[in-house]
Design a protein around this ligand. Structure first.
Ligand code: GDP
Ligand code: IMO
Ligand code: MG
Length: 432
C-alpha cells in the first residue's frame, strides 16, 4: 500500500505517550524537516537509539539524524529554561547547532508566573485537579487567548520585553495576592533572567512558516510531530481533564501555519493497550487483579517522561479509537508496545460502551460507561526479536487483525520494543 507522500502528520490517538517520539525518529531517517506545531514541555518523547535513551520535550524527535532540520512552530509555548536545557544537552553530544533548529517568532513564552499559577490553581482545586504537569502550559495559553501573552518576537527585543514583563508581572501579582495569597514576584529579576535567555535563543529565531513552505515547494519530505493525544485536545478531549492546545491533526495546520491541503497523510499512533497520566476517566482501566498480571510500570516503561508519575493502564479501547480516528482523519495506525502484552494469558479489547452509540461528550457520562469486552487468548511468546510481520505468533496476528477490523483502519507499523530496530513495517512511508 505504499504511495508517495511529501508531508505526514503523526498524532497521538489516546491520552498521549503512545510512542510518537519513536515513530518520528523512525520516519526521520527519510525526512528532511521535522516540525512541532503545538504544546510545550508538558510533552515528553523518549527514544532509544544506539543503546542510549534520549528524552525530548520541545525539540522534535527527528533531531538525532544529522541530515534533518527541526522547527518549533508558532502554536507552541516555550519555556526558555527548559528548552535551553534540551539544547545544551544536544550541543554537548555534538548533535545540535543553530542551523538545525529553527524557532517561530510567533510562539508564546512561558514565564515563572505561569508555572506558579498552574501549580497553585491545581492545589486549590484539590480533588477536582486536572493533574497537569505543572509546567505553566494552561496559564500561558490563557494569556495567548486573552491577548496579553509575550511572544518569542517580543523576547528578542529587549525594550519590548522589559515593558511587557513589567506590565504582566504587575497584573499577575494582583492575581497571586487576591486568589492565592501568594507573595508578589519581582518583575526586574524575571526580566533580567529572560533577557539572558533571549541572547542564547536569538540564533534559533527564523521565519519557520516560510522555510517550511519553500521546502514543500521543492518536494522535500516533511514530518509534523504531534504532541499529547486526541483525548487531551482542548475542544474534543475529555474536558476539563485535557491540555490547553489543539492536539489533533487539524491543530498542526493552525499551529504551524501550514495549509491543511498540503498535509498528505495522517498517521495515528496508538498503544496496543491504553494509558493515561493525570486525572479524568479511563473507561477500560485495569482492575487491581488485572494490573497484577500486567508487566509492572518500570518494565512496561509506563512512568511519565515529564513528571515521573506512574501512568494508569487500560485495555485497548476500539470504541475510543473509532472516535479519535474520526477527529483526526487518520489514514493508518502505528501500533506500539505489542511486546508488553507478550506474557498475558488473556487480552481484552473494548468494542463499545453499553447503550452508547457515540463517544460521550461529558465527563459525567464517560465516568459511568460500561465497556463491552471481547476476550482474546494471549500468544505467550516473546515478540521482541521478531523483525517481519509474518514471523509474529499467529495469536498476535489475530489480535492485530481484530484491532484493524474494529478500527476500520490498517495498521502500517508495529512496534515490539523501544529501540529503532524493534519495528515491523507494513508500509514504507516515504517510498514511491
Ligand atoms: P510519546 O510521548 O508518545 O513520544 O511516548 P513516551 O516516550 O512518553 O512513552 C512511550 C514509552 O514507551 C517510552 O519509554 C518509549 O521508549 C517506550 N516505547 C515505545 N515503543 C515501544 C515498544 O514498542 N515497546 C516497548 N516496550 N516500549 C516502547
Ligand atoms: P506527550 O506528547 C501524556 C496531560 C497531563 C494532564 C493534562 C493537562 O508526551 O504524549 P498540562 O500540563 O498540559 O496542562 O496537563 O494533560 N498531558 C500529557 N499526558 N502525554 C503528554 O504529552 C501530555 N501532555 C499533557 O498529564 O493530565
Ligand atoms: Mg510522552
Amino acid at each position: 500500500m505504499s504511495k508517495r507522500r511529501t508531508s505526514i502528520a503523526i498524532v497521538g490517538m489516546q491520552w498521549g505517550d503512545e510512542g510518537k517520539g519513536k515513530v518520528i525518529d523512525l520516519l526521520s531517517e527519510e525526512a528532511c524537516h521535522i516540525a512541532r506545531a503545538q504544546g510545550g514541555n508538558n510533552a515528553g518523547h523518549t527514544l532509544v537509539v544506539g543503546g542510549k535513551e534520549f528524552r525530548f520535550h520541545l525539540i522534535p524527535s527527528g533531531i538525532l539524524y544529522p541530515h534533518t532540520k527541526c522547527y518549533i512552530g508558532g502554536g507552541t509555548v516555550i519555556d526558555p529554561s527548559s528548552l535551553l536545557e534540551e539544547i545544551e544537552a544536544l550541543e554537548g553530544h555534538g548533535i545540535l547547532h543553530a542551523k538545525r533548529l529553527h524557532i517561530s517568532l510567533y510562539a508564546h513564552i512561558v514565564f515563572p508566573y505561569h508555572r506558579l499559577i498552574d501549580q497553585l490553581s491545581e492545589k486549590q482545586k484539590g480533588n477536582e485537579a486536572v493533574g497537569t504537569t505543572g509546567k505553566g502550559i494552561g496559564p500561558c495559553y490563557t494569556d495567548k487567548i486573552n491577548r496579553c501573552g509575550i511572544r518569542f518576537a517580543d523576547l528578542l527585543q529587549d525594550a519590548v520585553l522589559k515593558e511587557k514583563v513589567r506590565v504582566a508581572v504587575a497584573q499577575k501579582n494582583q492575581v497571586l495576592e487576591r486568589d492565592y495569597r501568594h507573595a508578589p514576584l519581582d518583575w526586574e529579576s524575571i526580566y533580567r533572567e529572560y533577557s539572558a535567555y533571549a541572547k542564547r535563543l536569538a540564533p534559533f529565531a527564523a521565519p519557520v512558516e516560510e522555510l517550511l513552505f519553500s521546502a514543500l515547494k521543492k518536494g522535500e519530505k516533511i514530518l509534523f510531530e504531534g504532541a499529547q493525544g486526541a483525548l487531551l485536545d482542548i475542544t474534543f478531549g475529555t474536558y476539563p481533564f485535557v491540555t490547553s492546545s489543539c492536539t489533533l491533526s487539524g491543530g498542526i495546520s493552525a499551529g504551524f501555519g501550514f495549509g491543511p491541503s498540503k498535509i498528505d497523510e495522517t498517521l495515528g499512533v496508538t498503544k496496543a493497550y491504553t494509558t493515561r497520566v493525570g486525572n479524568g476517566p479511563l473507561p477500560t482501566e485495569l482492575s487491581p487483579e488485572e494490573l497484577t498480571a500486567f508487566p509492572d510500570h518500570t518494565a512496561a516503561r509506563e512512568i511519565g517522561t515529564t513528571t515521573g508519575r506512574k501512568r494508569r493502564i487500560g485495555w485497548f479501547d476500539a470504541f475510543l479509537m473509532r472516535h479519535t480516528i474520526c477527529l483526526n482523519g487518520a489514514d493508518s495506525l502505528a501500533l506500539m508496545k505489542l511486546d508488553i502484552l507478550d506474557e498475558l494469558d488473556e487480552i481484552k479489547i473494548c468494542t463499545g460502551y453499553k447503550q452508547c452509540k457515540t463517544f460521550p461528550a461529558t465527563i459525567d457520562e464517560l465516568s459511568r460507561v460500561v465497556p463491552v469486552y471481547e476476550k482474546l487468548p494471549g500468544w505467550k511468546t516473546s515478540t521482541r526479536n521478531v523483525t517481519v510481520y509474518d514471523d509474529l505468533p499467529p495469536l498476535a496476528k489475530a489480535y492485530i487483525r481484530r484491532i484493524e477490523e474494529l478500527c476500520e483502519l490498517p495498521v502500517s507499523i508495529i512496534s515490539v520494543g523501544p529501540e529503532r530496530e524493534k519495528t515491523l513495517w507494513l508500509d514504507r512511508f516515504f517510498c514511491e
